[in-house]
Design a protein around this ligand. Structure first.
Ligand SMILES: Cc1cc2nc3c(=O)[nH]c(=O)nc-3n(C[C@H](O)[C@H](O)[C@H](O)COP(=O)(O)OP(=O)(O)OC[C@H]3O[C@@H](n4cnc5c(N)ncnc54)[C@H](O)[C@@H]3O)c2cc1C
Length: 438
């Protein structure tokens, strides 16, 4: 049997309360990486239960499950989201923009960072409730879900690594309608974030930020960016207003998917800010900071993939019931029915993995770190395969830009790249399997 009792150093940054973010309180004996690759040793998820990948006892009930909203807040928010997004996601995708007033309204309603604590104006949703809300948004519009993931990651980073004053200031702003993106990636630092070169340097009462970030989701809408960079021998995160002198935000032209998510490259040309814009956790190892933010992001993306699968199920089942070929509905052709069955199983299995990771995160145990990698890895692959199946079932009816399954097909592919690519996820999970089972 695997040793389930071994401590999980990768989870340490997640398990240390915000009040314990000083380096001396949080330094692990074996600091573990985030976006692991050459340059970062893979994290040791020794305490993770590998049973998370065994989908045991999931009943298959119907082909269009209604989410069971455990909390009234989440159900209300889901209704608001449905109303605000309506049937506009396809048009936003083609246009490459979500109307700013919609983004603001979602922000003010608390949808974009629904887990932010009530003490700072947030809704304080549990991971489970926030996850179902994320899936709901993901089923309607992956671009909007992308903004949720980014804003949630930004809020979590402030909550996790900020001090009391920073939490009050920035969480207050993010729950009042301002929007934020999170900037790790650079031209020379993708999977291997140890190549990060952005510098965050204190000069008297100021801090100067110099570097180049790429593909920052939501940056085109953002009031604030949480920018990760080098602080002395360690790393840190700094809150950079997008209108600060020296900040240039340039949209990524024509992204493959999530086209309205406002991806942008960001040039930081000696951006001078008050020193209190640097989050208090500065100086920690880079891998600690990014692991913490990425764990949030991975679970959020995984729920977004559940949403993609649900959207595809809705489209394919409706089409397969109504479209007739060879004298009967497509659903009566067994090879078409197989697509529906596989989609259904994918959605149920991805939901089960996400729920397990969310429950683990709510419980605060170390297992949620690897559970989030597992959920994201499975859900992203399932969304890619599921969306391809959906296009196959719709065939010519879905084979045009603007159709929900065509959009799902493009959006899903990106889920295999972000928050740690499929290959990086595999490296992390293989390492975890070795630690637990060998
Ligand atoms: C839609 C989208 C949204 C994004 N949003 C953000 C954001 O909000 N903030 C942000 O900071 N960044 C963001 N990114 C950047 C994203 O994090 C990176 O694209 C991702 O980390 C991969 O880096 P890369 O593109 O440089 O690929 P590379 O690191 O160059 O990798 C290229 C390929 O090689 C593989 N590879 C690399 N190393 C290994 C290895 N050791 N073993 C096996 N295979 C390997 C990868 O899996 C990939 O298939 C976004 C990207 C996209 C596409």
């Amino acid at each position: 049997m695997p040793d389930q009792a071994t401590a999980d150093p990768a989870a340490a940054p997640e398990n240390t309360g915000p009040e314990n973010t000083a380096p001396e309180n949080t330094a692990p004996e074996n600091p573990a990486p985030g976006n692991s690759a050459p340059g970062f040793a893979a994290p040791d998820f020794a305490d993770q239960e590998i049973a998370a990948v065994e989908i045991v006892g999931v009943r298959t009930v119907d082909l269009a499950p209604e989410p069971a909203w455990p909390g009234a807040d989440a159900a209300d928010l889901a209704g608001l989201v449905t109303e605000l997004i309506g049937d506009q996601a396809g048009a936003w995708d083609l246009d490459g923009h979500i109307p700013r007033e919609i983004v603001r309204e979602l922000g003010r309603a608390g949808v974009l960072c629904a887990q932010a604590p009530a003490a700072h104006g947030g809704l304080g949703l549990s991971n489970v409730d926030a996850g179902e809300l994320t899936a709901h948004v993901g089923a309607l519009c992956s671009s909007t879900r992308s903004l949720m993931t980014s804003q949630g990651m930004a809020a979590w980073t402030v909550e996790r690594f900020g001090d009391d004053a920073q939490r009050a200031e920035y969480l207050g702003r993010l729950t009042a309608g301002e929007t934020a993106g999170v900037a790790f990636s650079e031209p020379g630092a993708g999977s291997d974030l140890s190549g990060m070169a952005t510098r965050i340097e204190t000069e008297g009462d100021s801090v100067v930020v110099t570097g180049q970030k790429v593909w920052v989701t939501g940056a085109a809408y953002a009031d604030l960016l949480v920018v990760f960079g080098r602080v002395g021998e360690g790393a840190g995160a700094v809150l950079v207003p997008t209108d600060a002198p020296g900040v240039t935000v340039t949209r990524v032209p024509d992204p493959l998917g999530c086209r309205a998510a406002g991806h942008a490259d960001v040039l930081l040309d000696g951006v001078r800010l008050p020193a209190d814009h640097v989050l208090a956790g500065a100086g920690l190892p880079l891998e600690w900071l990014v692991t913490s933010a990425l764990t949030y992001g991975r679970l959020s993306v995984a729920w977004g993939c559940v949403g993609i699968l649900r959207g595809c199920l809705a489209e394919t089942t409706r089409h397969a019931r109504t479209r007739q070929q060879f004298g009967r509905p497509l659903a009566d052709h067994q090879l078409v029915a197989r697509h529906l069955a596989e989609l259904h199983v994918a959605e149920r299995a991805a939901t089960a993995l996400c729920a397990e990771a969310a429950r683990g995160r709510d419980a605060g145990g170390p297992e949620h770190v690897s559970a989030a990698v597992t959920a994201k890895h499975f859900a992203a692959g399932a969304a890619v395969r599921g969306a391809a199946s959906a296009v196959q079932v719709l065939a010519s009816a879905g084979a045009r830009d603007g159709h929900p399954v065509a959009r799902a097909h493009r959006d899903a592919k990106l889920m295999e790249i972000i928050e740690g690519s499929t290959e990086i996820g595999q490296l992390l999970l293989a390492d975890h399997a070795l630690a637990v089972w060998s």
